[in-house]
Design a protein around this ligand. Structure first.
Ligand code: SF4
Length: 173
């Protein structure tokens, strides 16, 4: 197939992407990685009172290979960094990350030599949830933001561009 066909996101590509994104946004399976007090708020958000099932996210996965959204809730010590990184690497693409709470976002009150001052130093973060601790509604809002991101994604078009770049053998965009 000629590259000319995939120059822009045409009608078929757009509709296919809409369908793919619809499926992805209806099943953002979370991987709960609770390390401290924020983890309790995350558990509350996953419980029946807040009903994350309405977003298709009622199935927490403890296997990185079967999860789409890593929810890191709580303090990360520098000892935990290799584990956090390995979990992130083992998650299949596409994947998203929520940093829940001041500790996950910035180290919070723990400005100490042993605490990581924000998980974005080791893994990319899509949505930050401020607060110490944030309420479950904060996490639900973050999940809604992830869903918005998924809706705006162009998986096929991006793949086509990637293919085009590899064919040309250049690293340009
Ligand atoms: S942000 Fe506050 S509530 Fe959350 S883990 Fe840190 S100290 Fe605990």
């Amino acid at each position: 197939m000629s590259n000319e066909i995939i120059k822009g996101p045409g009608w078929i590509l757009t509709k296919l992407e809409w369908l793919i994104n619809w499926g992805r946004k209806r099943s953002p399976w979370p991987l709960p990685y609770g390390t401290a007090c924020c983890g309790i708020e995350m558990m509350a958000a996953l419980a029946s009172g807040y009903d994350m099932a309405r977003f298709g996210a009622e199935r927490p996965s403890f296997s990185p290979r079967q999860a789409d959204v890593l929810i890191e809730a709580g303090t990360i010590t520098k000892k935990m960094v290799p584990i956090l990184r390995r979990i992130y690497d083992q998650m299949a693409e596409p994947k998203w990350v929520i940093a829940m709470g001041a500790c996950a976002c910035t180290g919070g009150v723990f400005r100490t030599y042993s605490t990581l001052q924000g998980i974005d130093q080791v893994i990319p973060v899509d949505v930050y949830v401020p607060g110490c601790p944030p309420r479950p509604e904060g996490l639900i809002y973050a999940l809604m933001k992830i869903i918005e991101k998924i809706e705006k994604d162009h998986p096929l078009y991006n793949k086509a561009k990637e293919f085009e770049r590899s064919e040309r053998g250049c690293a340009c965009s």
